[in-house]
Design a protein. Structure first.
Length: 180
């Protein structure tokens, strides 16, 4: 649970830096924060990609932003699978890693689960920290009048935590009495 709480903290830092980078493209902190206040994470990522594709002249920087958006999406999905789980269960015959179970938005499934062990939590924690630093380098590049060149080195993304459905089981209708 400690590693999971650290993942949440690192994700919050990455999410903040993602917002600040988006604000750089919008123009300034005040305008940008008003723009992003009502956006969810996917909408923010879409907005950043659209603005970067429209305004970014440096192909290396654009490539870096495209990678950051991909990393943002992967780590967001993995973090959500772990943080929003309401139960952790083991099915050792199925997989040695525990199942992280959460409610599903799909009406066909009441729950979904992913397999994740301590190593997956750590990989996502490290990925979130690297993404936060990656984004911070870009923020400094845009906000500093000296324009210090950011490192263009990308990092390895954690594996995607694949959701598996838990099918909804409808109760059997009561037997009809036959009068005969």
């Amino acid at each position: 649970m400690l590693a999971l709480s650290h993942l949440v903290l690192m994700w919050n830092w990455a999410e903040h830096n993602f917002n600040v980078l988006l604000w750089q493209y919008v123009g300034d902190l005040t305008t940008g924060s008003m723009y992003t206040a009502g956006l969810g994470n996917q909408s923010r990522a879409d907005a950043l990609l659209a603005l970067a594709r429209l305004h970014e002249k440096d192909e290396d920087i654009l490539g870096r932003i495209l990678f950051a958006a991909k990393a943002f999406g992967r780590i967001k999905d993995n973090r959500n699978s772990l943080v929003h789980a309401h139960s952790i269960a083991y099915a050792p015959d199925d997989d040695p890693k525990p199942r992280w179970i959460r409610a599903s938005k799909n009406p066909k499934n009441i729950h979904v689960f992913c397999y994740a062990g301590y190593d997956d939590i750590i990989a996502n924690l490290e990925g979130a920290a690297q993404l936060a630093q990656f984004l911070l380098d870009l923020v400094i590049y845009y906000s500093s009048p000296m324009r210090p060149a950011p490192s263009l080195e990308i990092f390895a993304l954690p594996d995607a935590l694949t959701p598996h459905p838990v099918p909804r089981i409808e109760p059997e209708p009561p037997p009809q009495s036959s009068e005969g």
